[in-house]
Design a protein around this ligand. Structure first.
Ligand SMILES: C[S@@+](CC[C@H](N)C(=O)[O-])C[C@H]1O[C@@H](n2cnc3c(N)ncnc32)[C@H](O)[C@@H]1O
Length: 263
């Protein structure tokens, strides 16, 4: 076993079994290679990315009905999207709204957009609360890598997106213990989920996602893709056989931006 494996396993066990709930909020500043969700700090950064990729895809988000999935513990991105002219609902099935953080983020955005109405962006906990064919554009940032049941999610999104609707998903395929971007591929499914998974990190690869979108009838394009070949080559011999069906390109992909359109 490599020294890096010992460090990795130890810190993953601590993250999994010791640092839970609010404890992580208070101590995360001192944990090496840990990052909080970008949306909690800077919804502007995420919405800038969304706007950039909309431009690449030839989509004008202004005036569109937008659904952001996996919004996290605030509606910050939805407020920022609404301030820039979209109509946005924030959906997150498993992270409750943190009212204090949400208020802080809203007040921060209000400084730049003084006419923003808090009620114009809203939060939903069930996709079935949205009428069929009511959404023009679905957006997400650092979410698909956490979705345990992509089939169920795509079934539901297929219902709410109208026939000319699109989706843009920014996906982070790295191990979220960022010092070792692919160490999580070394472990079998049972070991990962029982002992090491920090919480809903599925280890799905970009090829898995492309396949499931196409299986649900979406036309899928990869707008941008980054690979970290040196990092995957370092651990190539130790990748668990659970991943043997994946190409090296698939395994080396560290991030991707997926554009899905209804055919
Ligand atoms: C890493 S956080 C990203 C939060 C925010 N988008 C950001 O970039 O800061 C991942 C979020 O995905 C959400 N999530 C997990 N499974 C989901 C699902 N099936 N549908 C929608 N969101 C989901 C989690 O609750 C969590 O809030």
């Amino acid at each position: 076993m490599l020294l890096s494996d010992l460090e990795y396993i130890l810190l993953r066990l601590i993250r999994r079994f010791v640092l839970k709930g609010h404890v992580i909020d208070s101590v995360c500043r001192f944990i090496p290679y840990y990052q909080t969700s970008v949306g909690e700090k800077s919804p502007v950064q995420i919405v800038d990315l969304y706007w950039k990729y909309c431009l690449y895809a030839g989509i004008n988000p202004v005036g569109k009905t937008i659904l952001e999935i996996g919004a996290g513990c605030t509606n910050g991105t939805a407020y920022e999207i609404t301030a820039r002219g979209g109509y946005c609902a924030a959906f997150d099935p498993s992270t409750p709204l943190d009212r204090k953080k949400d208020e802080e983020i809203f007040n921060h955005i209000l400084k730049r957009h003084p006419y923003l109405d808090k009620g114009s962006a809203f939060r939903i906990y069930e996709l079935r609360d949205l009428p069929a064919s009511s959404v023009d554009l679905v957006l997400s940032h650092s979410v698909l890598e956490h979705v345990a049941d992509m089939d169920d999610l795509l079934k539901q999104l297929n219902r709410v997106i109208h026939s000319k609707g699109s989706m843009i998903h920014v996906v982070d395929y790295r191990d979220h213990f960022f010092k070792y971007p692919f160490h999580f591929l070394k472990f079998s499914r049972p070991v990962w989920y029982r002992f090491l998974d920090p919480g809903g990190l599925t280890r799905a690869r970009v090829g898995d996602h492309i396949g499931v979108f196409r299986a649900h009838g979406f036309k899928l394009d990869v707008l941008e893709r980054e690979m970290n070949v040196p990092a995957i080559m370092k651990i190539k011999r130790h990748i668990h056989r659970d991943f043997r069906d994946h190409s090296l390109e698939d395994l080396a992909t560290s991030s991707a931006v997926l554009l899905a359109r209804k055919c």
